[in-house]
Write a protein that binds this ligand. Structure first.
Ligand SMILES: Nc1ncnc2c1ncn2[C@@H]1O[C@H](COP(=O)(O)OP(=O)(O)OP(=O)(O)O)[C@@H](O)[C@H]1O
Length: 433
């Protein structure tokens, strides 16, 4: 009897253990299945919201000619962990982030911020641009896509997708967009000092000092270098011109309007040619194939614009060609210097910048330097200028000279703070023309 009850106990315990093990295995299986299911759901939603066009240009950027430190445009202090800014909190559409990670905004809030679209800054080929005062006090530029433009639809999609992945301190970064009520709107960082063109050609502004012009050239070169060599895949701007260079409160320059493909920009004289007359690479015009070197050509024209303050659509290049008869592209460029400079510039520095510009506008694209080499050359020019100013400190100088010197060195140190050691010594080391 005792034997029988102990057998019963053993059998009972064994059955209990078996059931327990089966329950544990079942529970484990359930947990693993749920985890896996959740993973599949997560990755498929990520796939749906991520367009595999490019990885973020910043994360994937290769080492550029100047330091990659602080390469990204300055982050707003109130930047969320996911990288999207919430400086227009309350205006930004809640829980809605676009496919490109650029925050989406309500139309009615933008309407309010632009006082019902009455704060017009200017009108571009893309549509009108308004200044907007956000509830947080932040000022932004709001570009409303012309609704009657078919091409505008494409531009809008291209720009939001592309710009969402491009960030650099020398680019006019996109900070938001709105796609509502048939309207397509792009929101950009506001550039207080307007376009470079307005500073070169409008009497409303004081003449730009020479040192500022060289700093602006370097800023633009860095922005372009990032587009060419830092972004993955590379971006060719296609419309580098002084109207597309915008200046912030401290006169630092940023490249605007990249990623646009406007039909309105098509020259009326040569069909299917995109860009702006006066800046167009002649090789592109004949071959119809636009390359990074076509941007380099337009940048060369921009450098001459900075030197001479002459509009490329009003004979700048003819003026340059005349100057080369004597200068052979190396010296004597001071003849074409902007009269508003009043002769206040270092002649050898101006000749170096002009010689660089001349190499950029070589008719043969393969003889033009890359933007990386251009950045190196301009950094070198600025470095030499900075050194000259420092060595002059040992000579007796006037009070005015001293204050100008301090101002310049402050500006230069903010520029050179993120430069790496250059690998070329002078402009003459560039590919020969
Ligand atoms: N982010 C910005 N901050 C301040 N002003 C801006 C900004 N973006 C554009 N603007 C100004 O708005 C006006 C229109 O600019 P937009 O870029 O649309 O055209 P554009 O460059 O003048 O001409 P196009 O479209 O033919 O290239 C210009 O005066 C420009 O300086």
């Amino acid at each position: 009897m005792k034997d029988l009850s102990s057998w019963g106990l053993i059998i009972g315990v064994t059955i209990g253990v078996v059931i327990g093990v089966l329950l544990a295995v079942g529970a484990l299986f359930c947990i693993r299945f749920r985890k896996k299911h959740a993973q599949i759901r997560f990755s498929s939603s990520r796939r749906a919201s991520t367009i595999p066009m490019r990885v973020n240009g910043v994360d994937s950027s290769s080492v550029l000619s100047d330091s990659t430190m602080d390469q990204e445009s300055p982050k707003h202090p109130e930047t969320e962990a996911d990288g999207s800014s919430f400086w227009i909190e309350g205006t930004k559409r809640k829980n809605l982030v676009s496919v490109s990670g650029i925050p989406k905004y309500f139309y009615k809030d933008l309407q309010k911020a632009t006082r019902n679209f009455t704060t017009l800054i200017g009108q571009g080929a893309f549509g009108p641009v308004y200044k907007a005062q956000m509830p947080t006090g932040e000022t932004v530029a709001v570009k409303v896509l012309a609704t009657n433009s078919k091409q505008g639809e494409k531009e809008f999609q291209t720009e939001v997708l592309l710009l969402g992945r491009l960030h650099h301190r020398n680019l006019v970064n996109l900070v938001g967009y709105c796609a509502e009520k048939g309207q397509h709107i792009l929101i950009y960082v506001y550039m207080t000092n307007g376009s470079l063109a307005s500073h070169l050609y409008s009497e409303e502004h004081e003449a730009l000092r020479w040192d500022l012009r060289v700093n602006i050239a370097l800023d633009v070169a860095r922005g372009l270098e990032y587009l060419h060599d830092g972004a993955v895949p590379p971006v060719v701007h296609r419309d580098i011109k002084s109207a597309n260079i915008l200046l912030d409160h401290s006169m630092r320059a940023r490249v605007a309007d990249f990623g646009l493909s406007r039909e309105e920009m098509v020259s009326h004289q040569a069909s299917n040619i995109r860009g702006t007359l006066g800046y167009l690479d002649p090789e592109y015009v004949s071959s119809r194939s636009f390359t990074k070197k076509s941007d380099v050509y337009s940048f060369g024209v921009l450098l001459f614009e900075l030197i001479a303050a002459r509009n490329p659509q009003q004979g700048l290049m003819e003026y340059v060609e005349l100057a080369t008869i004597n200068a052979e592209g190396r010296v004597g460029w001071e003849e074409i210097a902007d009269p508003r400079l009043d002769g206040v510039f270092d002649i050898s520095e101006l000749n170096d910048v002009a010689a660089l510009a001349y190499k950029c506008i070589n008719r043969l694209s393969k003889k033009r330097p890359s933007m990386r080499v251009v950045v190196q050359a301009l950094s070198q020019i600025l470095k030499t200028s900075h050194r000259k100013h420092h060595s002059r400190r040992w000579l007796p100088i006037t009070v005015e000279e001293e204050s100008l010197d301090i101002e310049l060195s402050e500006h230069q140190s903010s520029v050179s703070g993120h430069q790496r050691e250059e690998s070329i010594d002078s402009v003459s080391d560039l590919p020969d023309v």
